[in-house]
Design a protein around this ligand. Structure first.
Ligand code: ADP
Length: 469
């Protein structure tokens, strides 16, 4: 593996999880081993101490019943029976000077701890000591105790068995630990790879996705684990992105289409002016057409800018108390001639004192957009009702018509920029009015909703919080 690949491998989550798993496993195993080690060693020490104390009790009884000579003989015999390399005794004066002992040739390095001897007053106490013999790497457990008032006994027992067990334990520890850590690393690696295989599937799918192919999805397993949840969240995010990209694409197509018409008209007029004999009146008409097309373009561009600025909150709203009833009455007055021309029965029901805190310029624009649409998409002899009402919190502006209506699948899309329903294409328009109205309602902390039935009519309702002094 090259050093770059090694670095990459070391940075992977699977590698880090394996290290963590291995480390935690090793720490727990070492702690468990340590616990058993302490239990076994302390148990063994206690056993040696118990043996020494039992021996001491025996010697005391013999000394008390049969005197010093019998004690010396019995102790000697015991040392021979247990093995001179395993057990020794010394009899001392209270000053610490020895006057009798077993064969001490194996125990030369073991002296008398006079300080300990000094602490022994009578039969009631004893002292233990652990002595290491450096030449033979042996350890000895030594017991000091008083026999009556004038004699101290020093008993020693080799800890060879104890050392042997510890050495075996240590060997076992190192070999078992090496094996366990290797097994733990393998298991950890296997588990991490298994757990992360789902993440890899997500990564693979993400790599396969391009702008033109947003249809790929991460395959889900039947489980309901975190990785599956991640995959299904990722898939639903892809669904949303796909929808958004499609919408943007559609919007781009619509923009291109809507901008194309006035530009083509301008070009056509310009071309016409270059060919053939044209009278002054025709030139005037052509100039008028060009201005009209330019105005249409400018209007679209300005409305697009206005939507973006209102949505982004770039222009600060000039807020003041705005009586919606007044705005609606003024709009009705303005649109009445258009309604009468069609003819459409326009009725206005606006009550009194329906005050919101708003930017009057924007509120007028929104009201005009809704009323304009209602009149535009309603056939002659139809009806348009505009009304204002309120509840405790909101002022409602409702625009109801008996027009062409909107199909259920389009009721939310009509608020997208440049979206126009198929059945309304012959009516003219830019597809921007409702996006702007929605942005204005939102800028006033309000909402705009629509209820519609295809072929029967629509009702648009804007709700904006009431003005509070
Ligand atoms: P437009 O300039 O096309 O009217 P809008 O943003 O105002 O743009 O409206 C978007 C689309 O919503 C319209 O093209 C039309 O299809 C539909 N629409 C809006 N208002 C009505 C209505 N009152 N009745 C039926 N359809 C409507």
């Amino acid at each position: 593996m090259s050093s770059k690949a090694m670095l990459k491998f070391r940075g992977t989550l699977a590698f880090r999880l394996t290290i963590w798993y291995g480390a935690v496993f090793s720490i727990v195993s070492v702690a468990a081993f340590l616990f058993f080690y302490l239990m076994i060693t302390s148990g063994m020490k206690q056993r040696i101490d118990r043996d020494l104390l039992k021996q001491l009790a025996e010697f005391r009884t013999i000394y008390n019943l049969e005197g010093l000579e019998t004690l010396e003989r019995t102790a000697m015999f015991q040392s021979l029976a247990a093995g001179e390399k395993d057990f020794f005794f010394r009899l001392l004066y209270p000053s610490g000077v020895a006057f009798s002992s077993s064969n001490m040739s194996y125990w030369k390095e073991i002296g008398v701890d006079r300080k300990l001897v000094g602490t022994l007053v009578d039969d009631s106490n004893h002292q233990f000591e652990e002595v290491s013999i450096s030449s033979s790497k042996k350890k000895v457990r030594v017991l000091y105790a008083a026999m009556g008032k004038n004699i101290i006994i020093q008993l020693g027992r080799s800890m060879a068995d104890y050392i042997k067990i510890i050495e075996t334990f240590q060997k076992l520890f190192f070999s078992t630990m090496t094996f366990l850590i290797l097994v733990a690393a393998c298991i950890g690696w296997f588990m991490a790879r298994r757990a992360l295989s789902g993440v890899e599937a997500v990564t693979k799918t993400a790599k396969q996705i391009s702008e033109t192919d947003l249809g790929k999805r991460v395959p889900l397993t039947i489980g309901a684990d975190e990785i599956d949840r991640l995959a299904s969240t990722f898939n639903s995010m892809l669904d949303r992105i796909e929808k958004l990209v499609n919408r943007i694409r559609e919007m781009g197509d619509n923009i291109a289409h809507d901008l194309k018409s006035p530009v083509t008209r301008i070009r056509g007029v310009a071309e016409l002016s270059l060919t053939g004999e044209t009278s002054m009146d025709d030139y005037r008409k052509m100039a008028g057409d060009t201005i009209e097309s330019c105005d249409q373009l400018l209007d679209m561009i300005n409305t697009m800018l206005m939507i973006s600025r209102t949505e982004a909150g770039v222009d600060k709203l000039i807020l003041e108390p705005v009586d919606m009833a007044r705005v609606v009455l003024a709009a009705c007055e303005l649109f009445m001639p258009i309604a009468e021309d069609k003819p459409i029965a326009l009725s206005c029901n606006a009550g009194e004192n329906q005050v919101i805190s708003g930017d009057v310029r924007l509120i007028q624009r929104m009201t005009a957009n809704l009323l304009d649409n209602a009149l535009k998409y309603t056939k002659p002899q139809g009806k348009v009702d505009i009304s204002v009402y309120n509840d405790k919190e909101y002022i409602y502006l409702s625009v109801k018509d008996t027009g062409i209506g909107i199909s259920p699948e389009n009721t939310q899309r009509i608020f997208d920029r440049f979206f126009r329903c198929d059945q309304s294409r012959s009516f003219g328009g830019t597809g921007l009015g409702l996006s702007l109205s929605k942005a204005i309602a939102k800028a006033h902390k309000g909402k705009i909703n629509v209820q519609s039935k295809l072929g029967q009519g629509s009702t648009f309702v804007v709700s904006i919080p009431r003005y509070v002094k």
